[in-house]
Design a protein. Structure first.
Length: 319
């Protein structure tokens, strides 16, 4: 499934409305922050990518990075990805930051030590770059999978929210309900203080699951497939994968059942071992997001304004 297709946004109307308002404010020069939380496969990336399309269509800039579970010791990795910070960058400022973070600039602090000094200077330089980017027009800053982010990235984002909340910069971060480090909780609190928003993505309803299947198939799902989709627990990714894997098999089963009722069939097609030829699929059990720190519904989409109160979900950029 294309994560930016309308299929992936089924059941998220309330969330789309809130995000749309934030992007309208961004185009008018007002920044903010929004955190999208939910279980793996629940559709966080779909919303984030939709936001990117809208901002680009309006002439804004999208800076996107992601945290990875095996790169938590790489300081500021998601932000260097978002800002395209490389030692061979044609931008001297970006090249200098890359050299600093890699230790190639030859400077060392006599007082605080190299690690603390590099962390502080790297954060300051990255925040300055983001401020420069936002002077040229609206900026959408995206960091996905914040639950994997290193402490330096989270500290930098706290600084961004504190220093740049009056700039035309909208920060959006995606995260699962767990794990949640103390540094991530501090970031969420900083966002709450500055009037950010928290969106909870929960399981799709039965009607929404059927709508996803209908859009994937281009027609109503067969009864056998519709029954199997109930085992997806309302998880959009699982629904799509099950439609792809089981759609043809379910159709054959229904055709065979109708033939049996007419008295002329021999039953469903069978596999090599005599059983029904049916691919394996994700099992049952809903995975709706648990309520977040600031409240919000446990099932279905919902939003809580903070002022008021390799990952299955993300297509890997390296694919």
């Amino acid at each position: 499934m294309d994560d930016t297709s309308s299929d992936s946004l089924v059941g998220r109307d309330a969330d789309l409305e809130i995000l749309g308002r934030l992007m309208t404010s961004l185009s008018g020069g007002q920044g903010s922050s929004v955190f999208v939380t939910g279980a793996a496969g629940i559709g966080k990336t779909s919303l984030v990518r939709w936001m990117g399309e809208v901002v680009r269509a309006g002439g804004g800039k999208v800076l996107a990075g992601a945290a990875h579970p095996f790169e938590r010791t790489r300081p500021l990795g998601p932000l260097t990805e978002a800002l395209d910070i490389r030692r061979r960058s044609t931008d001297p400022r970006r090249a200098a930051v890359a050299s600093l973070l890699s230790g190639d600039d030859g400077t060392r602090s006599q007082v605080t030590g190299p690690v603390t000094d590099v962390r502080y200077r790297g954060i300051e330089d990255i925040v300055d770059l983001l401020e420069t980017e936002s002077t040229d027009g609206p900026v959408l800053l995206v960091v996905e999978d914040l639950h994997w982010a290193d402490s330096s990235t989270l500290a930098a984002l706290r600084s961004v929210l504190h220093r740049l909340f009056r700039e035309p910069l909208l920060f959006v971060g995606s995260l699962r309900p767990s794990p949640r480090s103390a540094e991530l909780d501090q970031l969420l609190e900083e966002a709450r203080v500055h009037g950010g928003h928290l969106l909870h993505l929960g399981s799709l309803s039965s009607a929404e699951v059927q709508e996803v299947a209908r859009r994937q198939l281009g027609r109503e799902p067969e009864p056998a497939l519709a029954a199997e989709l109930a085992k997806a627990g309302g998880n959009p990714l699982w629904v799509v994968e099950m439609v792809r894997a089981l759609g043809p098999a379910a159709e054959r089963d229904d055709d065979a059942g109708r033939t049996d009722q007419d008295g002329g069939g021999e039953g469903a097609q069978t596999g090599p071992g005599g059983g029904n030829a049916r691919p394996r699929h994700a099992g049952g059990g809903g995975q709706g997001a648990a309520p977040g720190k600031w409240g919000g519904p446990a099932r279905g989409s919902g939003a809580g304004g903070m002022a008021a109160g390799a990952d299955p979900d993300r297509v890997d950029r390296r694919h």
